[in-house]
Write a protein that binds this ligand. Structure first.
Ligand code: ADP
Ligand code: MG
Length: 703
């Protein structure tokens, strides 16, 4: 019986894919026909022009043709075997080299006198002259007319050990031959017309094997009409999912809306030692408006480090309590949870509110008591780490959940806290400002409030890079600040994957500072300390009983000690940019001028250098975030599901921000017009969206 091809075929149905290749392909996440269709080349080579050997320029990619003069193994050094083929045309000779090869296969393939075509990057070897390493090659014979390799603009795919580029090209070609006609359009006609898009099938075909007249520069920049259509398509589906979710979130929620600005809040505001900034008032206004609605709040506060998010969060938490519900604040680290707890506790005591701290440090009977109080409703506000989302925690009535420093949590955890209640209001706070393109994608379904103003009197933090030879200078700044009764943070990085090694490095730094400054109290804080000891050190530091706090990266987020004016970051070259910015945000919180001293050690990678420069050049978290995206590239920035980011196959948030904005506009417009995608001409789109979202778990929870 003849098999009728279907896009759901297993990949073994593709010509050229057997069990062995299937395993290799799986490594590249190629497990369905659709995966292949969208597995686009990351680069192209222009092999439309065949050059003479004499025209070949080292450093360039070129396609050459000639006769095999000689082929065989040569030895370089004692062990290293290289397969070398010498090729000649009427203008000169060139050597092709392979460092990994199968001897008998190569000998069979390259016979003296045969004419071959080869393509690859040219290099100049000091001893043997012009050469080309691991080129693509092909025998020249009468049948070469339909070659995938030569005389064309040729796609270059990511491959993996054991899978040659050439087989990949052939496999892709076979997939297109067999399945392309099954690819259906799903974008609405009107949208295609307005943007002049290619059809989906044409876009896929041309993105793999571009038409002869395509420009290499456009292809490599992903700007051909075919590529642009596919980029749009991917971003459009994500934005459509977000638009859908935004439209429908909380719709079914018929819970009682909150009364805002109640008695508790009025009493609380009187307790504040400062007046709120304009931005804090504005953002609180936005939050209160949300809370008064029947639909549950789904809001993101973006505010740079030190902009005063905690008070905003606390006001929201208290509003929930004022409405006889419980509220929770989830943060990413124990130390930060403890610190928030200590900050918030005095307010709660004065207001007569039951506050509870839940972390994994909570054990035994203590833990049982806390959990019972949360379940019975006795506890009104809970602060905690991801312990809060464990199964055995149950709230009596969770009215509001706040997640701080959310970029540290996976997307799933964000959703999980919300599930602890019946559609509680949700507030997310992010301190590391993220690039706009990322924000639109990660939080595209949320309402966004910007906390874009700092409390008054903040000083710019002077940031300087010090290498080993200038340590003295760094210490003199430190000394001067200590004399003025200011305090100092010293942060040591993750050096090894082991906490023990980290600690050792921190101890060395601690010893050296203690030697230099014997008159001051210096303490070492790290993750291995008991909670009580850590709390003790933190509260002594807060009271200036400790002047210098040496720590592993545990203090990274959220710590607030306004009298601290110096942040020393050891091995600053090893930290990520967002992390550096976070750390720097620990100082400059009071009214004194502050310093961030980046201690670097050679050798420093180019990226490390760029990161430290970016720190020196800007104090603005948004500028730093964009810089970070540039330095790291979006692949790394959002490479993992952990980061909460859907894995983009085609689009690139750095390169495609324009397309993203367009896709977003179109998607939100469409959902306004047809909120459930039910009108007949949107059926294919509806289907495509569901299929697509199958890969993005969190979004599917709502659809
Ligand atoms: P972040 O946004 O980084 O979480 P915090 O909420 O920790 O910032 O606030 C940073 C510091 O600014 C804290 O010491 C806090 O008490 C103080 N602060 C917050 N709001 C104001 C304000 N309106 N006026 C003066 N100081 C403020
Ligand atoms: Mg904070």
């Amino acid at each position: 019986m003849k098999h009728t091809p279907s896009l759901d075929d297993p990949i073994q149905f593709i010509k050229g894919v057997g069990p062995r290749k299937a395993i290799l392909l799986e490594k590249l996440r190629l497990t369905s026909i659709e995966d292949f269709l969208y597995f686009l080349p990351f680069r192209f080579e222009d092999r439309t022009q065949v050059k003479k050997i004499s025209q070949a320029v080292p450093g360039e990619y070129a396609t050459l043709t000639g006769q095999v003069l000689n082929a065989g193994i040569i030895f370089m050094g004692r062990r290293k075997r290289v397969f070398e083929v010498i090729i000649q045309d009427e203008t000169g000779v060139i050597r092709a080299k392979w460092f990994r090869f199968n001897e008998s296969y190569m000998k069979e393939k390259f016979k003296t006198g045969e004419k071959i075509i080869l393509s690859g990057k040219l290099t100049l070897n000091k001893r043997s002259g012009l050469e080309i390493v691991h080129p693509d090659t092909e025998q020249v014979s009468g049948e070469n007319v339909d070659s995938l390799e030569i005389g064309k603009i040729v796609p270059v795919y990511h491959v993996t050990d054991g899978l040659h580029l050439k087989s990949m090209r052939t496999i892709i070609k076979n997939v297109l031959d067999k399945y392309l006609h099954l690819v259906e359009e799903f974008l609405p006609d009107d949208l295609i017309r307005r943007h002049g898009f290619l059809s989906r099938a044409d876009a896929i075909a041309q993105s793999h094997f571009p038409p002869q007249e395509s420009l290499l520069s456009e292809l490599d920049a992903f700007k051909t009409p075919a590529q642009k259509r596919l980029v749009f398509e991917e971003l459009f589906l994500i934005q459509l999912g977000l638009a859908f979710r935004k439209k429908h979130t909380g719709e079914e929620n018929t819970g009682t809306p909150f009364k805002t600005r109640g008695k508790l809040i009025q009493r609380f505001v009187k307790l504040l030692p400062f007046t709120l900034t304009g931005a804090q008032k504005r953002v609180l206004g936005e939050i209160m408006q949300d809370l008064e609605k029947e639909k549950s709040m789904n809001r993101l506060i973006q505010g740079d480090v030190g902009s005063g998010k905690t008070i905003v969060a606390l006001t929201a938490l208290l509003t929930a309590v004022d409405n006889e519900t419980q509220s929770a604040l989830m943060v990413p680290t124990e130390i930060l949870a403890e610190q928030h707890y200590l900050n918030i506790l005095p307010f709660c005591e004065k207001l007569g509110i039951e506050l509870s701290l839940v972390t994994s440090a909570l054990k035994g009977k203590d833990r049982k008591n806390h959990y019972e109080n949360i379940q019975s409703g006795k506890t009104q506000i809970v602060i905690g780490t991801h312990s809060l989302i464990q199964k055995d925690i149950q709230f009596k009535k969770l009215g509001l959940a706040v997640v701080d420093e959310q970029h540290r949590f996976g997307v799933l955890q964000r959703g999980a806290l919300g599930k602890k209640g019946d559609h509680p209001h949700l507030l997310i706070m992010t301190a590391t400002p993220i690039p706009r393109s990322l924000a639109l994608t990660l939080y595209g379904d949320m309402d966004v409030s910007l906390l874009d103003e700092f409390p008054p009197g903040r000083q710019k933090i002077a940031t300087e890079i010090f290498f080993e030879n200038r340590r003295e200078k760094a210490y003199s700044i430190l000394e001067e600040q200590l004399q003025q009764t200011r305090q100092v943070f010293v942060v040591c990085p993750l050096i090894e994957e082991s906490e023990v090694m980290d600690l050792k490095a921190a101890v060395t730094v601690f010893d050296s500072i203690q030697d230099q400054f014997p008159d001051y109290t210096i303490c070492l804080i790290h993750g291995k300390l008991k909670k009580e000891d850590r709390q003790d050190i933190m509260s002594r530091f807060l009271k200036n009983e400790i002047q210098v706090l040496v720590s592993t990266t545990v203090i990274e987020v959220g710590i607030d000690v306004p009298n601290a004016t110096v942040m020393i970051i050891e091995h600053a070259e090893r930290f990520g940019l967002a992390q550096l910015h976070q750390l720097r945000g620990r100082v400059g919180r009071g009214t004194h001028s502050s310093y961030c001293l980046l201690m670097a050690y050679h050798p420093v990678s180019e990226e490390g250098q760029a990161r430290m420069k970016a720190m020196q050049n800007s104090g603005d978290g948004f500028v730093i975030a964009e810089e970070d995206l540039k330095i790291r590239g979006p692949g790394d920035f959002m490479g993992t599901r952990q980061s909460g980011m859907p894995l983009l196959k085609i689009a690139n948030l750095l390169r495609d921000i324009r397309v993203l904005e367009t896709a977003r506009k179109e998607a939100f417009r469409l959902i306004e017009q047809d909120p459930d995608l039910t009108i007949p001409e949107h059926q294919p789109l509806n289907k495509a969206l569901h299929r697509f979202l199958g890969n993005y778990m969190e979004l599917t929870e709502i659809i």
